[in-house]
Design a protein around this ligand. Sequence first.
Ligand SMILES: *[C@@H]1O[C@H](CO)[C@@H](O)[C@H](O)[C@H]1NC(C)=O
Ligand SMILES: *[C@@H]1O[C@H](CO)[C@@H](O)[C@H](O)[C@H]1NC(C)=O
Ligand SMILES: *[C@@H]1O[C@H](CO)[C@@H](O)[C@H](O)[C@H]1NC(C)=O
Ligand SMILES: *[C@@H]1O[C@H](CO)[C@@H](O)[C@H](O)[C@H]1NC(C)=O
Length: 428
Amino acid sequence: MKPLPSYQKKSSFSFFIIFLVFISVVVLFYGEDFDCIFRSQPLMEFQESDQAESDHNHLPLTQAHQGEEELGLPFAVGKRERDCNVFSGKWLYDDVARPQYREEECPYIPPQLTCQAHGRPDTAYQHWRWQPNDCDLPSFNATFMLEKLRGKRLMFVGDSLNRGQFVSLICLLQPSIPQSSKSMKTSGSLTTFTAKDYNATVEFYWAPFLVESNSDDAIVHRVKDRIVRAGSINKHARHWKGRDVLIFNTYLWWMTGQKMRILRGSFDDEKRNMTEMTTEDAYRLAVGRMMRWVERNMDPKINRIFFASMSPCHERSAEWGGEVGGNCYGETTPIEDPNYWGACSSRSIMGLLGSLFAGTKMPVTVLNITQLSEYRKDAHTSIYKQQWNKLTDEQLANPKSYSDCVHWCLPGLQDTWNELLFAKLFFP
Ligand SMILES: *[C@@H]1O[C@H](CO)[C@@H](O)[C@H](O)[C@H]1NC(C)=O
Ligand SMILES: *[C@@H]1O[C@H](CO)[C@@H](O)[C@H](O)[C@H]1NC(C)=O
Ligand SMILES: *[C@@H]1O[C@H](CO)[C@@H](O)[C@H](O)[C@H]1NC(C)=O
Ligand SMILES: *[C@@H]1O[C@H](CO)[C@@H](O)[C@H](O)[C@H]1NC(C)=O
């Protein structure tokens, strides 16, 4: 196992405190409680045989280094972004072309993300446009994307942050679809948006750890005593089959600053066989497990796979030179320091993503949204959202105490994530 970077070692206690705050926001959002009971475990034991879970073994699992360029990626229509890292750039204020839609015009935004409807007094957060340093982003064209998705299925898989990106994509696409031809339906962990005239679906599947866990219920997540099940992905992955484009994420739920509990065997076993692992080892193996499924079930000539890197949080204004004791509450402008990196985003997890997806047989495009989102302390829902629990007088007197500095208002930052998805899907 790789040692933690020294930045994390030095600040592991404050890191943990920050995550407690971070997690308590999630608790506010979902009405849940978190509990962390973890210890260490060697790597090999996670890697169980899972031949039985795979339905198609036609794709070899060995890693072969193939540059994305040589592959002629599915969906690609041009290569405008060659030699340009679209994730490296700056935010420009754009009063004309941003936002791309109005909050009240998109009926699909859940009340946890409609900030204006919940009294947010400022709107500047909707007007920032991402400008890469070395090129321009292609403009998002909904008609074009719908044409390309004709007869196709695109699916987001992951946690509430991926759900925000899913909703943003629907808000960007739906103005180009006649009212009678679009519909949205939720059944358990699966939400499906259908564009009938295009015979296309855009879906979201709730799987906060990707692998099976005891937090898999889309509405009632059992976060107390969180447990992920070793080697087991098919309970979820069978719902991902037949999709043409998959966009994964997973991060928030792993970040307790503590160890993960891993279940060997089944949740139904009378006596559960439980072991423990560091978060990073468990994360590596869960994402690795997803990758093995992808390599067995997806075809590089037909499918595209994306993985969104960590979405940052802004829990402590002292980190960006603000007042001690503050957080994202009341923030109205982005951070200007190009090197800003907050404590919620683990550099070692970022490093892991780089190594997990380097040279895989089935190419994975990382949507590297972490750094550009780090700047956006102004873009969180903060207190301007539907509250799960009734607020106490004490909370109301101190708004930052119940501010959500994890999730993002729509329209807003996550529309940019989709512009980047658009760029990488069609102009890789
Ligand atoms: C958007 O895409 C459609 C379909 O490809 C095309 O006809 C149209 O000209 C595009 N619009 C813009 C503004 O580029
Ligand atoms: C609609 O798309 C599905 C694939 O998502 C395809 O199997 C089916 O044949 C298409 N139907 C029509 C009428 O084109
Ligand atoms: C628990 O699982 C580990 C790892 O698979 C195994 O080595 C061990 O024998 C199991 N213990 C019991 C009591 O089943
Ligand atoms: C994402 O971008 C950051 C810089 O913004 C870089 O340090 C990191 O290596 C990138 N990660 C991946 C997986 O590409």
